[in-house]
Design a protein around this ligand. Structure first.
Ligand code: CA
Length: 235
């Protein structure tokens, strides 16, 4: 599944090289050249991953990573730091600032794509093509199919993405804002009510096999995908 990648790199040639290769690998790339522009982009929509150059004019990549980690909304965005410096201390500093991985320039496009894949698999399983099976449901991102106890279910594209996110982040409560950020990629221009509409459609699609009970409403908080028995008063 393509990931939305925010590339923060101030050297035009490197920015171009990375963007071309990531696009070729099937990802959507948004490019900016400084930390302020990156923060502006992130305020509008959460990327699936940030490729962050260490040495930026103005606010550095390390400082931006710290800021993103300090903010609850952006805390869990996977970050890969790009740097021209290969010293061990730099690596430690980058990882301390909250980076998930660290790549030293020059690197091969193939290595970069592989590292991105590894970080996404670990941190954002909803962006990978790995099938997910839970509570009798099986969702296959590669074929866009959902089966319930072997029975094929019919889901719209938004319901599919919503279920994919919920199944890869089970037993946790997600607020409507978080779901808009993670599933729609937009918490600013899409209304929270939209989430309720698609949750309703998702439940209707899961109803033939009785799996709608896995999509639970947590009053006053949001929604949760749970294979555990409903707690009283939670519905
Ligand atoms: Ca730079």
């Amino acid at each position: 599944m393509p990931a939305n990648i925010l590339l923060v790199e101030d050297e035009p040639a490197i920015q171009e090289l990375i963007a071309v290769n990531l696009t070729r690998a099937g990802h959507h790339v948004v490019r900016v050249a400084d930390a302020e522009s990156a923060q502006k982009m992130v305020r509008e929509a959460l990327p699936d991953l940030i490729l962050l150059d260490w040495m930026l004019a103005g606010v550095t990549g390390v400082e931006l990573a710290r800021r993103l980690r300090a903010d609850e909304r952006t805390r869990s965005i996977p970050i890969i730091m790009l740097t021209a410096r290969g010293e061990e201390q730099d690596k430690v500093t980058g990882l301390d600032a909250g980076a998930d991985d660290y790549i030293t320039k020059p690197f091969s496009p193939r290595e970069l794509v592989a590292r991105i894949k590894a970080v996404l698999r670990r941190r954002s399983p909803q962006t990978t093509e790995d099938p997910v099976a839970l509570g009798g449901l099986r969702l296959d991102p590669a074929t866009h199919r959902v089966q319930a106890d072997g029975l094929a279910l019919n889901l719209g594209p938004t319901e599919f993405r919503l279920l994919h996110f919920l199944m890869t982040h089970p037993e946790r409560v997600h607020s409507r804002t978080q779901l808009l950020d993670q599933v729609w990629g937009d918490h600013v221009f899409v209304e929270e009510r939209t989430v309720d509409v698609h949750i309703r459609r998702l439940r209707a699609a899961l109803e033939p096999s009785g799996h709608e009970r896995l999509v639970q409403t947590v009053r006053g908080s949001g929604y949760r995908f749970s294979v555990q028995l409903d707690e009283p008063g939670m519905q």
